[in-house]
Design a protein around this ligand. Structure first.
Ligand code: CAA
Length: 240
């Protein structure tokens, strides 16, 4: 029977590639988005993938959204916590607002997304939790104390969930993408971006599809014994 997958932030960037890859694997996919109605409508029109709007930083909104997806698409077997934002600033300039926005969305957002789905996965004795972390959670990054803290936190979440879910047939893994050709990376000032590309031995940015293929494997029934892992996909920029 086809699996049901939920991808947060699944209508743009890496998330859009993940939604499409899971659909290509035969999953029924629901993709969430936070605000860009136009992009989401275009995505649904082009791919046939249903989109749902909620703020992952809000627990009640997430829970209600997930209940709607489960009623309309099916009980969620695969959850990809991908939604994330940046509010980059050197630490001495970072405001409490920038700190909290990133923590609430990127870190608490993972709790808000997985927590309402977890009991159903335990009951059905199957689940795939895949969290999109980052190279910058592994190595830190100038101007990203907030973002790096959340992405390092993701690794602690999956290692803990892996231990809790293993006997219930649930796996939890993280992927740490390096710098991928998405709007988020294109928003980095050009000079800085060029210098970052210079630090990537592969000599290029990654493609969203290269991350999506890792997700498709981790989401498959074949990956059962891979649990609590961190997969780096960064063109040899950093070895954890
Ligand atoms: N390492 C060391 N020094 C750095 C630096 C770095 N990586 N980046 C900037 N600096 C230096 C600058 O040269 C400058 O030094 P001077 O004052 O001596 O000239 C100083 O730090 C920056 O000072 P500013 O006051 O000009 O900085 P700003 O307040 O304007 O902030 C910035 C600029 C936000 C840091 C901007 O440079 C930036 O966006 N940098 C990119 C940060 C980054 O890599 N973000 C990753 C986004 S992609 C992503 O997050 C996806 C993923 O998972 C990989």
């Amino acid at each position: 029977m086809a699996r049901t997958a939920l991808v947060t932030g699944g209508s743009r960037g890496i998330g859009a590639a993940i939604s499409k890859a899971l659909k290509a694997e035969g999953c029924n996919v629901a993709a969430t988005y936070a605000g860009n109605d136009e992009a989401a409508a275009k995505f649904t029109e082009e791919t046939g993938i249903a989109t749902y709007k909620w703020n992952v930083a809000d627990y009640d909104e997430s829970k209600a959204g997930i209940e709607k997806v489960e009623a309309e698409v099916g009980p969620i077997d695969i959850v990809v916590a991908n939604a994330g934002i940046t509010r980059d600033a050197p630490f001495h300039k970072m405001t409490p607002e920038q700190w909290h926005q990133v923590i609430d969305t990127n870190l608490t957002g993972v709790f808000n997304t997985v927590h309402p789905i977890w009991p159903g996965m335990r009951e059905r004795k199957f689940g795939r939790v895949i969290v999109i972390s980052s190279i910058n959670g592994q190595k830190g990054q100038f101007a990203q104390t907030n973002y790096a803290a959340t992405k390092a936190g993701d690794l602690g979440i999956v290692k803990s969930l892996a231990q809790e879910g293993a006997r219930a047939g649930i796996t939890a893994n993280a992927i740490c993408p390096g710098y991928i050709a998405t709007e988020m990376v294109m928003a980095v000032p050009e000079k800085v971006r060029e210098s970052i590309i210079g630090q990537i031995p592969a000599g290029r940015l990654g493609e969203p599809e290269e991350i999506a293929r890792c997700v498709a494997f981790l989401a498959s029934d074949d990956s059962q014994f891979i649990n609590g892992s961190t997969i780096s996909a960064n063109g040899a920029q950093f070895f954890a």
